[in-house]
Ligand binder design. Sequence first.
Ligand SMILES: [Zn+2]
Length: 63
Amino acid sequence: MARRTEGQHKMGGGRKPSERASKVCAACGLPFSWRKKWERDWDNVKYCSDRCRMAGKAAGATT
Ligand SMILES: [Zn+2]
């Protein structure tokens, strides 16, 4: 009865601390900064405003 206890824990620690960076709007090209309302979705935010988001979608995604 050979019991192996291999504690192999793969810790994929690639989590960044809540960064409050700024991005460049994909529609108007202007920089905008982190906002509270985006805190949960910051990675997906590409536009500075709803207006630009609409414009960006209307123009068709290039890239
Ligand atoms: Zn914009």
